[in-house]
Design a protein around this ligand. Structure first.
Ligand code: NI
Length: 130
C-alpha cells in the first residue's frame, strides 16, 4: 500500500521527550528517525552498523572514542556526520536540538554495548508514529 507523506516538523511538534526517536520513514531495511536531543546521552557503540546524523536544528557535539583516544565533533544545523560501526560515541546537546538519524531498522538507540542507562534515556528501536 502506498504511504502518505510524513512531515518532520509536525512529528517533532507531537512529542517533547528528549532521546526518544520517532520513525518517520522506512526504506529498504532502514529507518529514518527524528529525535530531540537535550543534555548528555551515554557512551555506546553499534557493532554492526554505521550511524548517520543530520542536524535539523540546534547544535550537537558527538564525543568519540577509538582505541582509548577521545575527540569530539561539533555539528550545526545542516551538518551531517557518520559514526562508523564499532566506534564508541556519546552525543551531547547543551540546547534542545532536532536530529535526523538513518540506520538499519531494529537498531537499538543505546547500541550493543553501553554504559549504565540513565533514567532520562529511552532505550528503544524507535517509536512508530500515528
Ligand atoms: Ni549511536
Amino acid at each position: 500500500m502506498m504511504a502518505e507523506p510524513v512531515n518532520i516538523q509536525r512529528t517533532l511538534d507531537s512529542f517533547s521527550e528528549p532521546w526518544s526517536p520517532r520513525i518517520v520513514a522506512q526504506f529498504n531495511d532502514y529507518d529514518v528517525r527524528v529525535a530531540k536531543f537535550h543534555g548528555a546521552y551515554l557512551w555506546h557503540s553499534h557493532q554492526d552498523t554505521d550511524e548517520l546524523f543530520i542536524v535539523a536544528a540546534g547544535r550537537l557535539v558527538i564525543h568519540l572514542r577509538e582505541d582509548g583516544v577521545e575527540r569530539c565533533v561539533t555539528l550545526h544545523r545542516g551538518d551531517t556526520y557518520v559514526v562508523p560501526r564499532g566506534i564508541e560515541h556519546k552525543p551531547v546537546s547543551d540546547e534542545e536540538s532536532h536530529i535526523i538519524m538513518v540506520e538499519p531498522t531494529g537498531t537499538l538507540t543505546v547500541g550493543d554495548t553501553h554504559e549504565e542507562i540513565p533514567d532520562h534515556v529511552d532505550a528503544t528501536t524507535g517509536h512508530h508514529i500515528g
